[in-house]
Design a protein around this ligand. Structure first.
Ligand SMILES: [Zn+2]
Length: 128
């Protein structure tokens, strides 16, 4: 893949990531505010957090990973890493170059269109 194409996809991925993070932090802010309202002032808030920090963090992490945007951010990060180490655009399954058209639609794609549809067929079977 050309360097100029890589740069284009990198920008695309970073932008997409920002949008996703914004979406998710919107949720976090709401969560934070309700907590503050409940616990009163800031000092008791942090004390409270220190007490139950692990629990809350674990819940938050789990929510993030299980959420659609959280998973997407993970895949975007992985794609950005592949750009850095020069593996971007290669199919995880067959090693062929994923078409630019497909990458434009799904910049974090890991499989070429053939392997992707194969995988979807398999998943369909698994569900049944
Ligand atoms: Zn493939």
């Amino acid at each position: 893949m050309k360097k100029s194409d890589l740069d284009k996809f990198k920008k695309l991925l970073i932008k997409k990531r920002e949008v996703m993070i914004e979406e998710m932090s919107g949720l976090n802010i709401r969560f934070d505010e309700t907590l503050k309202e409940r616990t009163g002032d800031l000092s008791s808030h942090s004390y409270h957090m220190a007490d139950q920090g692990t629990d809350a963090m674990e819940r938050e992490m789990a929510a993030m990973i299980s959420s659609k945007s959280g998973r997407l951010v993970y895949h975007i990060d992985e794609a950005l890493r592949r750009i850095e180490n020069g593996e971007y655009g290669k199919c995880f399954n067959c090693g062929k170059q994923i078409s630019i058209t497909r990458l434009k639609a799904v910049p974090h794609a890991r499989f070429c269109i053939d392997c992707k549809s194969e995988e979807e067929k398999k998943n369909e079977k698994f569900k049944k």
